[in-house]
Structures are given as structure tokens and as C-alpha cells.
Design a protein around this ligand. Sequence first.
Ligand code: NAP
Ligand code: ZN
Ligand code: ZN
Length: 349
Amino acid sequence: MFICEGMAVSAADATFAPFSFERRDPLPHDVDIAIQYCGVCHSDLHQARNEWGNTKYPCIPGHEIVGFVERVGAEVTKFKVGDKVGVGCIVNSCRTCDNCRRGLENYCLNGMTGTYNAPDKETGPGRWTFGGYSRRVVVNDEHVLRVPDNLDLAATAPLLCAGITTYSPLRHWKAGPGVKVGVVGLGGLGHMAVKIAHAMGADVSMITTSAGKAADARHLGADHVILSKDQEQMDKAAMSLDLIIDTVSAPHDINAYLRMLRTDGALVQVGLPIEPLPVKVRSLIYMRKTFAGSMIGGIPETQEMLDFCGEHNIVSDIELIRPDQIDMAYERMLKSDVKYRFVIDWAHA
Ligand code: NAP
Ligand code: ZN
Ligand code: ZN
């Protein structure tokens, strides 16, 4: 075991404070990573504040991790000291179930191990995983990703969650040339969805509550911007989209967005509000529409996404913060005031 410094919350209403804890020394298949940057995802906020009701305290969030390999276990061959690597939302999975064998570790039938707030099977009973709001992380080598050399390291961090969470449904529902894709919510996930869908060749509509984000949306790759608070614009966009990726973190009227789908269109929910989202069946049945969900992505697809971003030179638009600014970042995130991902700078802290 070694001592690692991080930033933790001790209760749902607590603010972040420095916290030292033990991490395991690398097992034969582990990689010990010196974290340089970690993105701040809205899921971190939901978890830190126990909005999903399952938080174990102290809690150290963070699952958009990039850094350099510091040490490797005796049997690691894929990585060596100094390699530029990433870790997303998954640090372990059973590797034997049907889903793991298909590269869908995110849907591991025996329960994947989340990067934070999950029972840590390898370190031992009673221990929970701690995420990337810390200086180091030790991860099984099959769950470590290679970061393309040409990408800026800090701006790559958000790809590990925001990138894969939007890439996976865009691929699954076949975004590409001739496909009209709508993205709801221009935050961390939304801005990655716009960039990736644009790079895939789709026609992209940004659907936002924030009139002030229209110019940014176009700059990020949106072909059209629809202000969801303007009923006239929403009416005009009715039945115009094939696929909608909904990244909204708060309760909202899903039926208003289902109305925007064409025949056989799908609305994929990736945002995870606490309350149920009531769906009018009428919104679905008339034009054989689908209301679906998607959660992050498997390890092979996460590597595919990173390589795709490397080829297309896609990174996140980020605002670097110090570890002691996490609470401020959360408050701004709640006001939809994020351009477009906060990233904790451990390299200079
Ligand atoms: P974020 O950066 O805070 O962005 C959310 C955006 O949603 C806001 O910027 C805002 O965009 C829009 N929004 C907020 N409140 C709204 C409301 N009441 N009505 C309509 N739009 C609203 O959050 P994020 O990090 O992208 O995460 C978004 C959600 O995805 C969170 O719930 C998170 O837990 C979840 N998530 C899910 C997965 C998964 O695997 N499925 C992975 C990561 C995160 P505008 O200003 O443009 O309206
Ligand atoms: Zn996330
Ligand atoms: Zn499995």
C-alpha cells in the first residue's frame, strides 16, 4: 500500500477537502498512473451529493483520467513507465460474461467496477474505489487506454467519459452522412456529441436552453441551433431528426424532444436526472419512434473513440481548475455555465 493525496467529500452537503488514503501497490497486472489531469463530469456531482442515493463516504469522484505510467506490475506487457494513458469509468470487469466477451464491459453481467464509489474487489472486502480527484490511480491493465500522441493531454481527459458516452450511441444508432442528429444540452457531454457527430459526417442540430451558446455550438460543429425555450423554433423543427442524444442532467419534458423525431427515429437518453421522465406513449407510437438509453461504452470502443479523436484531432474545450476549485466548478455546472468541461490540473498542483 502507498499513501495517495486526493480531494474528498465526507457527506452529501460537505465541500471538497484534501484527503489522504491508501492505494494498493501494483498487482502483477496493474498499472500505477501518475494523474496529470482529471475532468469534472456532472455524474461526479450527482455522486458527491448522493443524488442517486448510493454514495459511500468519503467519496473521491473522477473518471476522466489521463496521466503517465509510473509503475507496472510484473506481468504487464502492454504498457511501460512513461506511457501516456487514460482511465475512464471502468477499472475492472469479470471478463468472462457474455457482455464482457463482446467488449461491453460497461454492461458486465457480474457488475463492472466503477472508477469510484464501487466495491474494490481487488484491494479487498470493505474497500471502495477512489477516482481521479487524486494524484495516482492503480488500474488493471486491460482497463487502461492508450492516448493518441497528437492530442493535448489536458483536453483529452473528458474524452474518457463525455467522449465515449456520446460516441457509443452515435455509432450504435449509425450517425453518419445523411443522418440528422440532434444533441440536447450543450455541456460536457453535449459539446463532445456535437464534435463527434460532425466528424462522423452527420447533419447536427444543437438543441439548447441557452441562447448565449448558439455561436459556440456552430463553432463546435453544429449545422443548426434550436432554442428549446422558443416554441416557434421547436414547432419548425418537429419531425426533422433521425437521432437525438439527450444529455440533460435535470428534469425536462422529454415529449417536446420526441416530437422532433422523424419516422423510426430514436431518442437516446444519456443524461441521468434523478426524477423519472414521463413519456407520453402517444409521442412514441405514431411514427414508430424509440426511446432508448446508453451508458458510457466498453473498453475496445473507448480505445476506438480515442483513436477516432486522434485521427480527427478532436479534444474537449476545457477550463483548467485547481483541486481547491471543485466546489466552484460544481456551482457553475449547475447554472449551465461551463465551457465546456472543467478539468482538474494535477500536473501543476
Ligand atoms: P453538464 O456539463 O452540466 O451539461 C448539462 C447541460 O444540460 C447543461 O449545460 C444545459 O445545456 C442542459 N440543461 C441543464 N439543465 C437543463 C434543463 N432543466 N432543461 C434542459 N436542459 C438543461 O453535464 P454533463 O457532464 O454533460 O452530464 C450530463 C448528464 O449526463 C448528467 O446527468 C450525467 O450524470 C449524465 N452522464 C451519463 C453518462 C452515461 O453513461 N449515460 C455518462 C456521463 C454523464 P444548455 O445550456 O445547452 O441547455
Ligand atoms: Zn462521467
Ligand atoms: Zn462481465
